[in-house]
Design a protein around this ligand. Structure first.
Ligand code: MTE
Ligand code: QUE
Ligand code: MOS
Length: 777
């Protein structure tokens, strides 16, 4: 049976042999043209005119289009306010304002150089501080409150307050935003897009072109990574390609270069969070007040939901008896920030992990002790600040086991010793945790649909709304359906995602792709399995099934479903041990005109949260984990390396532990990159300077922990999700935070009684500056 097995990713050989087809691998069609977006050279102001006459006459250029050519130019997943192409008001530097069309990419790039702009420049708002000063807020989240925070604060033995700041993050998917639009008959358009959200892409293409939804199909075979960056922001580029396809009646290919992609698209939200914490001598948190500010960039995009999720994750893994949490999204003249793995969760959780490090330095007790003391408990202290009671959340066990498994106490003593004697080096060790809420907090998104088609040779094709971006959702769905029918996984294929087959889908996001679409696929497969069992039951009952008589109509009430086992490509009637092969039974059903296909819709039950009261059950369950990271810092240069990381995760009963291990290690390293080396640099005009791999530093293999242990605990108690599994995509991203808290812990040894304070990312430069603050003491 294939559930819980390490069957390989369905594209693993394709990816390493180069036969997997990404958008730009699609064969060029006759008459196909290339599309190049052109960005504005200012971050704020009014666009008066674009002079592109020269570019239009340049070799290889066929056409140019601007906002005027679009039927409808404004879009937005939540708030409709963002232009596809700038009409007059400029939102950010390199915001697309027009598109050039030609047949040769290099010639298009040269032609782009010939374009000039008349812009009435305005002062750009480039930082959260500037946005706060201007009071230009797009969204207010919360307050979420519990207990009586003011009373708790007033009577607490200790108080600390501070500001936690973290930077943005480029998604750095290997495949840039990419789309090809094909004009079909009667004005219909088919777009093949690298999109996490085919339905949104379909909808925006239709709106932008003045078509109805049934005239547009969006197909997604796979993405070369998405990480949230292709959730909302794939759609406007698809609209640009589709515009060209419509206007010129030719296939139109838009593939962003890495540099254009980095400059034009939104990133993770930087946050600046003002906090005030009250605690006792033992480090027990008595109250937390926090005001979060997120840099939304120029447009709303998904910022409101992202800030909501940050508020939901301000508790990390720790019980807050009294809290008052609120936040604002600040509008700035930056690219419009968007979904990125964790979706605000990391920015919330990192705040409390940072606070705990400061409490530890202040109280001079080990931070792990503070974490263990404040950790959510099983029977008491198990309700979040938004009133959701935790179930099946073995956080205390995770801390206890990790402390033992990674030999925390022994290593802490060794580090104390090392730091006393070493010259020019200090080490730090820290544990951080994740308790990631699974479900879209926008309830309507927690639904999915799937269709399952069984063919006469016994093989199966499955289509769902899930999109494959490397995370292995197709493989998990393949396993779920193969398991249901008792056939080998190789006999099940998950087909390209298409809005023609599955409509009104949610983005593949919030880590719930496999949860929702897997459940829908299982529901559909079960429908078929029941009818097959029914046919078998009729065979056993010797119902005539011949030229004259057909199999009696399906009657669920009369079906003894549990008597039929589907296993090893054989169906067994357990009471009589009678067997039929999978294919024989299928054929029996087919010749009796019993359907071998099924469509199903699934919705996640039990969700309900009120923004008005800040209370409810936004999440179906939580995925939990802890990580211990040890770092060594060179005090002369501020450079550091991660010596060792131990991760312990609760993934319920994983559908595919091998794929999940890949998700855990990948997400950890991506999270570690965010908090260490991935710094976005801009010039004073708001132009992104780190817009290529040469200036933006993602982790390489030498930056990963020298010793890297990943373990899962056994947790058979999660009844909330399919086959007892838990979502894995985003939660381990938050464990990368332990690399940053480890740096903060190491600094404590040199701080001469000061409390280490660093921003994120803690680049070597940041670390060196902080060390120099202690020398000046
Ligand atoms: N893994 C790979 N290889 N590539 C990706 O783009 N995206 C992450 C995560 N893991 C991503 C990934 C994000 S942001 C999410 S929300 C989930 O995968 C989405 O997929 P799932 O819901 O099927 O886990
Ligand atoms: C997590 C997510 C998303 C989310 C909420 C989460 C997400 C997303 C939306 C969203 C919200 C409102 C809308 C909409 C989408 O909410 O990815 O279209 O109107 O897109 O907790 O990942
Ligand atoms: Mo993931 S940020 O929810 O696409």
């Amino acid at each position: 049976m294939s559930i819980g097995k390490n069957i390989p990713h369905d594209s693993s050989t394709g990816h390493v042999s180069g036969t997997s087809v990404f958008i730009d691998d699609r064969l060029m069609q006759h008459g196909e043209v290339l599309v190049l977006p052109v960005g504005v050279p200012a971050a704020a102001g009014t666009l008066k005119a674009i002079h592109y006459e020269k570019a239009l006459k340049a070799p290889g250029v066929l056409a140019a289009f601007t906002a005027k050519d679009l039927h409808h130019n404004t879009w937005g997943t939540i708030v409709v306010e963002q232009p596809i192409l700038v009409e007059s008001k400029i939102g950010y530097y390199e915001e697309p304002a027009m598109i050039l069309v030609g047949t040769n990419y290099d010639q298009l790039l040269q032609a782009r150089q010939l374009i000039t702009f008349d812009i009435e420049k305005a002062d750009a708002v480039l930082t959260i501080d500037a946005g706060i000063e201007k009071k230009d807020f797009m969204y207010h989240a919360g307050p979420m409150k519990c207990g009586d925070v003011d009373a708790a604060m007033a009577s607490a033995p200790h108080r600390l307050s501070g500001i936690f700041e973290c930077g943005g993050q480029e998604h750095f998917y290997l495949e840039s935003q990419a789309c090809i639009a094909y004009p079909l008959e009667d004005g219909q358009i088919e777009v093949h897009s690298s999109s996490q959200h085919p339905t949104e892409t379909q909808h925006l293409v239709a709106e932008a072109l003045g078509l109805s939804l049934h005239q547009v199909v969006c197909v997604v075979k796979r993405m070369g990574g998405g990480f949230g960056g292709k959730e909302s922001q794939a759609a406007p580029f698809a609209a640009m390609a589709a515009l060209v396809a419509q206007k010129m009646n030719r296939p139109a290919r838009l593939i962003l270069s890495k540099d254009d992609d980095m400059a034009m698209t939104g990133k993770r939200h930087p946050f600046k969070n003002f906090w005030d914490v009250a605690f006792d001598d033992q480090g027990m948190i008595l109250g937390l007040k926090c005001h979060l500010y997120a840099d939304g960039g120029a447009y709303a995009d998904l910022s409101s939901s992202i800030l909501d999720r940050a508020l939901f994750h301000i508790d990390g893994a720790y019980y807050l008896p009294n809290a008052f949490i609120e936040g604002h999204v600040v509008r700035t003249n930056m690219y419009s920030n968007t979904a990125f793995r964790g979706f605000g969760g990391p920015q919330g959780t990192m705040t409390i992990e940072s606070i705990i490090e400061e409490m530890a330095a202040y109280l001079k007790i080990d931070a792990l002790l503070i974490r263990e003391r404040n950790c959510y408990q099983e029977h008491t202290r198990n309700t979040t600040h938004y009133g959701q009671k935790l179930e099946n959340t073995p956080l205390t066990d995770l801390f206890t086991r990790l402390r033992k498994d990674c030999e925390y106490d022994k290593r802490r003593l060794a580090i104390d010793e090392f730091n006393k004697n070493s010259q020019g080096k200090i080490r730090g060790l820290s544990v951080s945790a994740t308790k990631f809420g699974i479900a879209f907090t926008a309830r309507f998104l927690n639904q999915g649909n799937a269709s399952v088609n069984v063919h006469k040779d016994g093989t199966v094709q499955v289509s769902t709304g899930a999109t494959e971006m490397g995370q292995g959702v197709n493989t998990k769905i393949q396993q779920i359906v193969a398991h249901c029918f008792g056939i080998p996984a190789e006999q099940v294929r998950v087909m390209a995602t298409s809005t023609e087959k599955n409509h009104n889908t949610s983005p593949t996001a919030a880590s719930s792709g496999a949860d929702i679409n897997g459940a829908a696929a299982l529901k559909a497969a079960m429908g078929i399995r029941k009818r097959l069992a029914w046919v078998f039951q009729q065979v056993l009952a010797k119902a005539p099934m011949d030229d004259i008589a057909e199999c009696p109509a399906f009657d669920e009430a009369a079906l003894k479903f549990e008597e039929f086992e589907f296993k090893d490509s054989t169906v067994t009637h357990l009471p009589t041990k009678t067997q039929l092969s999978w294919v024989d039974l299928l054929l029996k059903a087919y010749f009796n005109r019993v359907s071998l296909g099924e469509y199903a819709h699934f919705k996640t039950e039990g969700l309900g949260y009120s923004k008005a009261t800040g209370k409810g059950t936004p999440f179906k369950y939580f995925t939990n984990g802890v990580a211990a990271t040890e770092v060594e810092i060179d005090t002369n240069t501020g450079e550091y390396k991660m010596l060792r990381t131990d991760i312990l995760m609760d993934l319920g009963r994983p559908l595919n532990p091998g794929i999940d291990r890949g998700q855990v290690t990948g997400a950890f390293v991506q999270g570690m990159g965010w908090v260490t080396s991935e710094k976005l640099y801009h010039n004073k005009d708001g132009r992104l300077l780190s817009h290529s791999p040469t200036t933006y530093k993602i982790p390489n293999v030498q930056d990963t922990p020298r010793v890297f242990n990943v373990e899962f605990i056994e947790n058979n108690g999660n009844t909330a999700n399919i086959h007892g599994s838990k979502a894995v995509g985003e939660p381990p991203f938050l464990l990368g935070i332990s690399a940053w808290t480890a740096i903060k812990d190491a600094l404590r040894y040199k701080a001469q009684g000061k409390i280490p304070q660093i921003i994120s990312p803690a680049t070597p430069e940041v670390v060196l500056m902080e060390l120099s603050r202690y020398d000046r003491a």
